[in-house]
Ligand binder design. Structure first.
Ligand code: CU
Length: 148
């Protein structure tokens, strides 16, 4: 077996064993003047989100599903663009732009399938845990369309 063929076979095996490495999709959210566009994105487990135009903004999760890992660093601007880690845990992720939270610059990422009950549970958590302008995330959670 030539080395080229060996490498080709190994790559096919890797793609078969770890489909998320191959199929991971990058979803773009643009930071407009005072809002994220789109403010609600639906992605698949293993995908990630890239925030663009972030020079004067940040993106920090304030609500994440149980067992999930969020993103962003509190109190710090994101730089020109910012890419989340691979999002593997299904559920609703609520994030805010801290400098513009007063303008309602918040968004949600829905990973995988979310039921109406899960949406309601996350809304309840948001109402219990979030303070002041951070409660603006509740409005975005309200607009999520359950998909299971
Ligand atoms: Cu902002």
């Amino acid at each position: 077996m030539t080395i080229t063929r060996y490498i080709a076979v190994m790559l096919c095996a890797l793609a078969y064993l770890f489909p998320s490495l191959v199929n991971a999709e990058e979803h773009i959210v643009n930071a407009a003047a005072r809002e994220f566009k789109p403010a609600i994105v639906y992605i698949q487990p293993g995908d990630l989100v890239k925030f663009t135009n972030m020079t004067s903004h940040n993106s920090v999760t304030y609500l994440i599903p149980d067992g999930a890992t969020g993103w962003g660093e509190k109190g710090k601007l994101a730089g020109s663009s910012f890419i989340t880690p691979t999002l593997n845990t299904e559920g609703i992720y609520g994030y805010v732009c801290e400098p513009h939270i007063g303008f309602g610059m918040v968004g949600v990422v829905v990973v995988g399938a979310v039921s109406a009950d899960e949406k309601a549970a996350m809304k309840e958590r948001a109402m219990a845990e979030l303070q002041g302008p951070f409660k603006r995330l509740i409005g975005k959670i309200n607009k999520i369309k359950p998909n299971k």
